[in-house]
Ligand binder design. Sequence first.
Ligand SMILES: [Mg+2]
Length: 263
Amino acid sequence: MPRLRFPQHPPVRSRRAGVHRPLAGGAPALAGSTPKAQQSPVWLFDLDNTLHDTSHKIFREINLGMTASVMESLNLDEAAASELRTRYYRRYGATLLGLVRHHNIDPHAFLQRSHAFDVAPLVKAERGLRDKLNRLPGRKVLVTNAPLHYARAVLKHLGILRCFDHLWGIEQMQFLGRFRPKPSVALMRHILAHEGVHPRRAVLVEDTVENLRGARKAGLRTVHVFHPGSSFGRFKHGRPDFVDLRVNCVGDLLLQKRPLRSV
Ligand SMILES: [Mg+2]
């Protein structure tokens, strides 16, 4: 089985755009050195359908871009490429994994081609999102299965790039010789180790239920963000026990005193 040809990237520090810099060896990368900061949660935020609402056609653009990229990479017609894209997404959680495992495609070229569109007219978020994030006590880290250039473009458009200490895109999710996007439990442990945070202090805020399940297995607390436009977050049989809290928007987190602050 071919391995991804990404080098092992550390998470990207968003405050210094464009600079990949490894974390200092041994010392955890905690922003908070005061006792209060050390007791605050560390928020791991998903991107799509968590920080913005994808009902504004952005997934359509991504799907079109991925299908076009599969067509070009594997010389398939549109119907066959679309079917393969969907099949790999369902099987591996990310289309990219299937393409690399079974077709040895260039992941960099695929990610660039599949997300080569202007996000500005497609991204819409709740009002006052930056202020809400800034009022939420604790560090924020972005964890998305999407490529980094896309994540950065969306965050910049929303004006919230500097709210996040680190960005984990799909390029950063390769370690121990394998590629492990969400909902990998090993990924969650890997991220926590890099961020220097105990699982009980970390909270994953996310719209996709399976990703919340993986986070809980790693010991994190979980917040489910439900967007009416999402097809990823519906509960089939009520709220599962691995979800601590369900909200409709990030602003709801500011209203919740328990259980997430009782760390
Ligand atoms: Mg999502």
